[in-house]
Ligand binder design. Structure first.
Ligand code: GUN
Length: 302
């Protein structure tokens, strides 16, 4: 039988607005913690002068201040040695006023990134990049464990994947049982997101640069999440009518405009829900970082 899809008005997944709501909740939590003499502290480490990283880091610090997290900033020269950076991480690990450590990636080529990540105390690893935390995430259990900081569950949800799940949840988009297709297999987004979605009961396909016939895969998605850094990779003919589309890409065009990996203007006529760029996943990522810093402060003091 011929099925006819009737287009309803697309829902724009307003990550900026939802992140503001979360920040209000976190602000109240921090006020309560303050009554017990505790102020969460986040160390933000930036190496070099990559313009995009500078903007992200400044954004993270501004958001910390907005909710009452104390941020300590370390801006280091591009040519800093591996051992000097390791020394800083070691000092931050021992600093009682620092509960979260964020080293902005990518690091310069001469730095062994994985060694730096592994030097961070897993209890302060608010990015959830340390193998111990990444492993806990893969082994699973629910996101509830993370927010409770249970010993056997992940301590934190990684910021971007956690932000995507929260965006879906607060937009009343059910994940359990859904066909989810992720485009992109990075350690920051694609891989941990796949683990989170599986734990949440979704059926997950992960596509990447070697995937054959990408369109055939993306058309199967009831929830399509794209994190490739390729502007306009996903066109309207690659999207299942009525699906939810989450765009993680942030690409700066020659005219200075920011766009995602999804052709927003055309895909919004096909999808039932879509996240914009900017104002979609980006603010949710930061909200999750703030949440993780509070979780770290609570765990370290209990
Ligand atoms: N670079 C791009 N995204 C991220 C992130 O979520 N955390 C860190 N530390 N670096 C990044």
């Amino acid at each position: 039988m011929l099925s006819v899809y009737t287009k309803t008005i697309v829902k724009i997944l307003d990550g900026k607005k939802i992140a503001e709501e979360i920040k209000l909740e976190l602000k109240a939590e921090i006020l309560e913690m303050g009554k017990n003499g505790m102020t969460p502290g986040l160390a933000v480490v930036l190496v070099g002068s990559d313009p995009a990283s500078r903007i992200y880091v400044a954004n993270k610090k501004r958001n910390c201040e907005e909710v009452g997290i104390k941020s300590a900033s370390y801006e280091l020269a591009e040519n800093i040695s591996q051992s000097k950076l390791m020394e800083l991480i070691s000092r931050l690990n021992d600093d009682e006023n620092i509960h979260g450590i964020l080293v902005q990636l990518p690091l310069p080529k001469h730095i062994e990134t994985q060694k730096i990540i592994e030097a961070i105390d897993p209890r302060k690893d608010v990015d959830c990049f340390h193998p111990e935390n990444a492993g806990r995430l893969l082994i699973g259990q629910s996101a509830r464990n993370a927010s409770r900081g249970d010993a056997d569950g992940p301590r934190f949800l990684p910021c971007t994947p956690g932000g995507i799940l929260e965006l879906l949840k607060r937009s009343n988009i059910e994940v359990a049982g859904k066909d989810c297709v992720i485009v992109g297999r990075s350690n920051i987004v694609g891989k941990p997101l796949a683990a989170l979605l599986i734990n949440a009961g979704a059926t997950v396909t992960v596509c990447h640069s070697r995937t054959r016939n990408l369109k055939e895969k993306t058309l199967r998605a009831e929830i399509l999440i794209v994190a490739t850094g390729k502007a306009g990779l996903i066109s309207a003919d690659m999207v299942q009518p009525g699906s939810a589309v989450i765009d993680v890409g942030i690409n700066r065009m020659a005219d200075g405009k920011l766009v995602g990996d999804v052709d927003f203007e055309n895909v919004k006529n096909v999808a039932s829900a879509i996240s914009p760029v900017p104002g979609g996943v980006g603010p949710m990522t930061i909200a999750m970082l703030l949440k993780n810093t509070i979780t770290a402060a609570r765990n370290l003091s209990s």
